[in-house]
Design a protein around this ligand. Sequence first.
Ligand SMILES: CC(C)(COP(=O)(O)OP(=O)(O)OC[C@H]1O[C@@H](n2cnc3c(N)ncnc32)[C@H](O)[C@@H]1OP(=O)(O)O)[C@@H](O)C(=O)NCCC(=O)NCCS
Length: 374
Amino acid sequence: MSQTVVISGAGLWTPEHIVTNEELVESYNAYAQAHNARHADAIDAGEVEALPQSSTEFIEKASGIKQRYAYVKDGILDIERMRPRLPRRADDELSHQAQIALAAAQAALDAAHASADDIDMVIVSCAYTERSYPAIAIEVQHALGIEGSGFDMLVACSAATFALQRAHDAIAAGSSKGVLVINPELTSPQVNYKDRDSHFIFGDVGTAVVLQPKDRVRSPHAYEVLGLKAVTVYSNNIRSNFGYLSYVDDSDPYANDKLFHQNGRKVFKEVCPMAADHLKAQVEQVGATVDGVKRWWLHQANLNMNQLIVRRLLGRDASNDEAPTVLDEFANTASAGSIIAFCRHHEDLVRGDLGVICSFGAGYSIGSLVVRKL
Ligand SMILES: CC(C)(COP(=O)(O)OP(=O)(O)OC[C@H]1O[C@@H](n2cnc3c(N)ncnc32)[C@H](O)[C@@H]1OP(=O)(O)O)[C@@H](O)C(=O)NCCC(=O)NCCS
C-alpha cells in the first residue's frame, strides 16, 4: 500500500562568518596584482597569462550575489593562501560536515515536532563529502541515536531534491517510517579563490528536511508531496576532477581542475530552458497549472537564471513573494539553495496552497517536488 508522504519540517544552519563581495574582490585583486608583478617577465614574453581584475559591480550584476557565509573565514582572504584553513580533526572527533549536518538536522527535527524515534533513515546528500567512509550520514545517525540506516549521496547541486525523492519513495513503499535528509554544503574548500570567473560563486550552509508518512505528522507546517521527478543529462560544463585516482594517476591533487570550474555561459543557456520545461511538465503532471502555484522555491545559483526561468514559465516576472531569492545573502550553496528558500518562506502559506521545490546544476541534473500545504 502506498503511503502519503509529507515534508513535516525543514531546518537551516547558517555559519557565523560572512565574506562580502568587497572583501573577496579586494583580496583577489591584491592576489592578481602580486601574481602579475611576480611573473612580469614571463607575462611580457607571453609565457604566463596576466590575471585580470575582478569587480563587485560585475559580480552583483552577473549573479545577484552580495555576500556568502563561510564555515571558516580564516585563510580565504589571505593572498598567500586563498583557501580556508580548516583545523584537522582526529578520527575520534566529530567531523566538520557531521557538525554542520547535526545543527541543521536538529533544527529540522524541532520544526517537525519530531525526535530520533520518528526517524529510521538518514541521508546526507550534498556536492562533496569530506571522506569516503564511514558515511557522514552514519556518523550523524550515531550522534542523534537513530536506529536504522544511513548513507551518503553525491549529486552536486541536485543532491537535496534527489535525496528527497529517495526518502519519499522509501516512505511511500512502507520501508521507512521517517527520513532525515541533510545537506551539509561545505563548499568553500572546493572554490578556486584565485579564479576571477568563479571566486564569488559559493557559500557554506547546512539544511535538513524531515519526511514522514501523513499519519505520523505532528508539525503545524506540513506539506504533502504530490509529485516529484529527478532527471539527468550528461554534461561536462560544470566539473570537478577531485577524486581518489589522483593518488595513482600522478596528477596534482590540488590542480585547478580538481576545484569547481564551469563554462558558465553554456550552463546558463542550456539549463534555463531545461529547468523551465521540466517545471511546467511537473506541475501539469499533478493536474495543476503554473499559475496555480503559490510559491517557487527555486535553486539559488544565479538571479538572472531564475528570472529567465520564471519568465519562460509564467510569461511574466515573478514577485519575490512568488519566487523568493536567498542567493543575495547566501550565494550558491550547491544543493541547499532551494531548501534555504523553503526554510525561510513557507510558514505563511495556507492549507491547500501549492509550492514547488526545484534544483538544477552539475550533471546536468534537475530535481523537483510539487507540494501542497496540509
Ligand atoms: C558564471 C556567471 C555568473 C558569469 O556571468 P556571464 O554574464 O555569463 O559572464 P561571462 O563569464 O560571459 O563574462 C562576461 C565578461 O565579464 C568578465 N568577468 C568574468 N568574471 C569577472 C569578474 N569576477 N569581475 C569582472 N569581470 C569578470 C569575463 O571575463 C567576460 O569578459 P569579456 O566579455 O571581455 O570576455 C554566469 O554565466 C552564470 O551564473 N552561469 C550559470 C552557471 C551557474 O550558476 N553554475 C553554478 C552551478 S549550478
